[in-house]
Design a protein around this ligand. Structure first.
Ligand code: HAM
Length: 451
């Protein structure tokens, strides 16, 4: 196939027939984030390479093998973001957002880039929704973060997903664990891949998330971090669990979770499903109490998570979760003849500026084809304007599902009034259907609210 019409491997298009699903899911995520006081942050798609080296970590798979790094014409090393935490932390410091008062809570929806082997649920360009909190050391913050992620799965109706939890300790207790790992992996030196051999001295914990089969096999029996955490970290972890219990969020402790990025401390967690094959981790996150200081800021406890939206979509599909597409066109205006077309066009513009969704012909179709199109786009109402209608200043608006009709004038204000009545009436009918007996009280309250 011609390269001109072929996308780059590992990237995906989101087509018009599917984009409404993304919009719905993203809207739900935004709403859930807002409920806990998180505000959106948007950061650039690229950052200085050194930011990711420092935060994600020099010895991680992401930095060593997966980053899209290039030199600009000015000779700067730039990297397409492989994740959202580093950029958000950089912006937090650069704009001194901490001056607005702590905690600072942000969320983001962004594309990420990792040069990985592309397969179902693993792409080279993918989308993350993430949330981050700065300035909260309390275990309640960990529980709030986990509950927020859990709330998104609940809202979307995703059920077959489990929360796995671990604590990987702090700087102090990590030392003992690192020594234990060094000792263990040194005894298996001959079976480690080149990359992991170099990790042995610098950061043996990263051997635990190597994707090489031989390394994975050895890692299975390695010492687990939970056995090495100090009493403060242990008490913190216990409290996180207590708050999750209080919120009725179920979890299992999985002592093998260490996450693949270097900045984590204490609580780490993943939401995992078996319904989408090998790439079953839909969401991952945890605490990173050392990152802000590492980037030059004051010591600041912080934590967050990110979920992969492609993986979430796969889970929803696998679990048969339907996202109904909303019919969006309120009115289709068909027209026959030059003058009628002008009227149709001006009416469409007027109605759109009054917030109605309106379509009219823009490709020169005949009347029959226009009506066929109105059916195809599932217009809620249609109207046909011909020369006679113009002369008589009268048209008939038709409800496309019930075929009920309403006659109205073509004068802009009268036409708008007729359409508004119809659309509002339809909405009220819909609400009544949903509310049943309570509908009367609801409309009364609404009237009072609106004065
Ligand atoms: P992560 O575990 O590397 O964490 O990625 C989070 C999620 O992004 C994964 O659970 C997965 O759903 C999705 N994901 C990762 N790589 C791919 C890929 N190649 N294709 C499709 N989806 C992918 C982070 O990125 C951290 N920044 C999360 C975080 C935020 N921790 C604290 N705050």
């Amino acid at each position: 196939m011609d390269i001109l019409t072929k996308k780059v491997k590992g990237a995906e298009d989101i087509l018009p027939a599917d984009s409404y699903k993304w919009q719905l899911v993203e809207e739900i995520m935004r709403e859930e984030a807002a409920k806990s006081g998180f505000k959106e942050i948007r950061t650039p798609v690229f950052e200085h390479t050194v930011l990711f080296n420092r935060s994600v970590g020099e010895t991680t798979d992401v930095v060593q093998k997966e980053m899209y790094t290039f030199d600009t014409k000015g000779g700067e090393s730039i990297t397409l973001r492989p994740e959202g935490t580093a950029g958000a932390a950089r912006a937090y410091l650069e704009h001194a957002i901490y001056n607005d008062g702590l905690p600072v809570k942000v969320f983001y929806q962004l594309t990420c880039y990792r040069y990985e082997k592309a397969q179902a649920g693993r792409q080279r360009e993918f989308h993350q929704f993430g949330m981050e909190t700065y300035g909260a050391a309390d275990p309640k913050a960990d529980a709030e973060m986990i509950c927020a992620a859990n709330g998104i799965f609940d809202r979307l109706g995703v059920s077959d997903i489990r929360l796995e939890l671990n604590s990987i300790g702090c700087k102090t207790c990590r030392k003992d664990y690192t020594n234990a790992l060094k000792e263990y992996f040194t005894a298996h030196k001959g079976e480690l891949c080149e990359t992991c051999l170099s990790r042995l001295d610098r950061n043996p914990m990263r051997i635990l998330d190597c994707k090489n089969e031989s390394c994975k096999n050895i890692a299975k029996d390695a010492p687990v971090v939970l056995d090495y955490i100090c009493s403060d970290c242990s008490a913190h972890f216990d409290k996180v669990k207590t708050f999750l219990d209080a919120a009725d969020v179920s979890y299992t402790v999985n002592p093998t979770i260490v996450r693949g990025l270097d900045y984590y401390t204490r609580t780490v967690f993943e939401f995992v499903t078996d319904s989408i094959g090998a790439q079953g981790t839909v969401c991952g996150g945890g605490r990173y109490d050392g990152l802000i200081e590492e980037l030059g800021g004051q010591p600041t406890p912080a934590l967050g998570f990110a979920m992969g939206i492609e993986r979430l979509m796969l889970v929803m599909k696998a679990q048969g979760i339907e996202l109904p597409e909303e019919e969006t066109c309120d009115l289709y205006i068909a027209a026959l003849g030059d003058e009628a077309e002008k009227k149709a066009f001006s009416l469409a513009c007027m109605l759109r500026s009054a917030s109605l969704a309106v379509e009219t012909d823009i490709v020169g179709r005949g009347l029959r084809a226009q009506m066929k199109y109105a059916n195809k786009i599932k217009a809620k109402y249609s109207v046909v304007i011909g020369d006679d209608d113009l002369k008589n200043n009268k048209v008939t608006i038709k409800n496309m599902s019930t075929h009920d009709t309403v006659e109205t004038s073509l004068d802009e204000d009268k036409f708008l009034e007729a359409m508004t009545d119809l659309v509002v009436g339809q909405q009220e009918e819909l609400i009544s259907g949903l509310l049943g007996e309570d509908a009367g009280t609801f409309f009364e309250a609404l009237k009072n609210l609106n004065g």
